[in-house]
Design a protein around this ligand. Structure first.
Ligand code: FE
Ligand code: FE
Ligand code: FE
Length: 163
């Protein structure tokens, strides 16, 4: 069971765990910055899912009988930093929701990429319990991404364009 792919799997799990932790702090700020009620609600609901996703990662480690090493996801730090910059720049502007959605979708795509890789590795190494947990999470990330696209097209982008 101990090989480099297994180690890499644990390493990536610790990385996405850090990313999700960072998001539990960023999403409430994004919800507060949102102009439309629909977008605020989307961020708040995804915050709840994010907390559930964190506990799923704990369950993945349990299912593997492994413990997690502390790691910081630098990519998520950067994505949140960029999002914060644009949030400050467009504060009070009719384009604020379009800006928030752009930042949020970069975050979701990073998560989808990571969970996609993790699902493939779990399958390769024959970890069905881990795979099941990771699939539940990637479904939530993909649904959130689609919901954000709908909000952008129906609401945020037209509003930003009218200004
Ligand atoms: Fe997530
Ligand atoms: Fe990372
Ligand atoms: Fe997410």
């Amino acid at each position: 069971m101990n090989n480099d792919l297994h180690d890499l799997f644990l390493e990536e799990l610790a990385d996405i765990y850090s990313a999700e932790q960072q998001l539990t702090k960023a999403l409430p700020k994004m919800a507060r910055a949102a102009e439309s009620e629909e977008l605020r609600q989307a961020f708040e609901e995804h915050l709840e899912q994010t907390q559930e996703q964190i506990s799923r990662i704990d369950q993945v480690f349990e299912s593997l009988d492994e413990s997690m090493k502390r790691k910081t996801c630098k990519a998520m730090q950067g994505l949140i930093e960029e999002g914060t910059e644009v949030m400050q720049e467009y504060k009070g502007s009719p384009a604020i929701d379009a800006a928030l959605i752009a930042a949020a979708q970069k975050i979701e795509h990073y998560e989808i990429a990571t969970y996609g890789t993790l699902c493939t590795w779990a399958e390769q190494m024959g970890h069905p319990d881990a795979l099941d947990l990771l699939k539940q999470t990637i479904d939530e990330e993909e649904t959130t991404d689609e919901r954000l696209t709908e909000l952008a097209e129906s609401l945020a982008n037209p509003q930003a364009e009218q200004s």
